[in-house]
Design a protein around this ligand. Structure first.
Ligand SMILES: NC(=O)c1ccc[n+]([C@@H]2O[C@H](COP(=O)([O-])OP(=O)(O)OC[C@H]3O[C@@H](n4cnc5c(N)ncnc54)[C@H](O)[C@@H]3O)[C@@H](O)[C@H]2O)c1
Length: 282
């Protein structure tokens, strides 16, 4: 099936980035969210980002016009015309399984259903559908327009054809696909989230201030961002969900989320998207 129309579910941090990159790569793009405020914010974020990219010469006027033409919708009605669906909704297993059931009912037969999940089993997500051969993980990195990697995860039943089609689409989007096995957190978050969690433990135990912890990792380990800054960029709720999945599905206490992380999520200090996390963004 030739891919023309990409339908993205979730208009948050990742969904709006994926819709933007799909549009500037020549696909017709639709972005759906259950929250109207998320759709409004996504539209504004894409307009801001593509204006900046145009000024810097990183996209041309035609690509900007394609991004301006993204459709923002509150339901799955337009999915019947889509050739690829990418889910980037909240990292919560119950939410994702329900969405995949609905996607399976709404998308045409043969259409690939991809998930941007950071940690949830693709095999489990695929089992919520009647097309496990057409379900795959397409794990974009944040911020999507700038980051090269897409971690591609096959579920137990994902077909070779699906994996090849998705790898080709990643390349059309200017990304580098890297395959990982279907294991909690895949490669990226199996390694990254325990490091972020350890930084939160260090903060909680008074080993250093947020600034000191981040400076040590930037200046001493050559990381472009410190772990607490990165946690704020990812979203503390997303990090917490991933650690919970790692702890539960790998059955190891070493992945238990730091208490401070849980407290900050409870307080709504979710990082950059909330204006406040380990740092203030007011
Ligand atoms: N934030 C990151 O850095 C990052 C990186 C890679 C992957 N991911 C993954 O991407 C996904 C989205 O994360 P995010 O950071 O964009 O989250 P986010 O909180 O910024 O956005 C999630 C959006 O999903 C919407 N949503 C919830 N239920 C929905 C439903 N039933 N239908 C449609 N939309 C629904 C919410 O309204 C919200 O706007 C998660 O699976 C996350 O693990 C996140």
């Amino acid at each position: 099936m030739s891919i023309r129309h990409v339908f993205v579910i979730g208009a948050g941090t990742m969904g709006n980035g994926i819709a933007q990159v799909a549009a500037t790569s020549g696909y017709q793009a639709t972005c759906m969210d259950v929250q109207s405020t998320a759709l409004e914010k996504a539209k504004a974020a894409i307009a801001r980002s593509t204006t900046k990219l145009l000024e810097k010469g990183m996209i041309d006027a035609e690509q900007k016009a394609s991004a301006d033409a993204i459709q923002f919708v509150p339901n799955m009605n337009a999915m019947k015309d889509a050739d690829l669906v990418i889910e980037a909704a909240t990292e919560n297993p119950e939410v994702k399984l329900k969405i995949f059931k609905d996607m399976d009912a709404s998308a045409r037969e043969g259409v690939i259903l991809a998930s941007n999940t950071s940690s949830i089993s693709i095999t489990k997500i695929a089992a919520a559908t009647n097309r496990p051969d057409r379900v795959i993980g397409m794990h974009f990195m944040n911020p999507v327009p700038l980051m090269k990697l897409v971690e591609v995860i096959r579920g137990l039943g994902t077909s070779d054809e699906t994996a090849k089609t998705v790898a080709d689409i990643c390349k059309v989007m200017g990304k580098e696909p890297v395959e990982a096995n279907d294991s909690p957190g895949f490669i990226s978050n199996r390694i990254l989230c325990p490091m972020i969690n350890e930084a939160v433990f260090a903060l909680q135990e008074g080993v250093g201030t947020p600034e000191a912890i981040d400076q040590v990792m930037k200046l001493g380990m050559n990381h472009p961002m410190g772990p607490l800054e990165l946690a704020d960029l990812i979203g503390l709720d997303v990090v917490l969900f991933i650690l919970e999945v790692l702890q539960r599905d790998l059955g190891e206490d070493k992945y238990r989320p730091a208490y401070l992380l849980r407290k900050m999520v409870d307080a709504g200090h979710l990082g950059k998207k909330a204006g406040r996390g380990f740092y203030s963004y007011q």
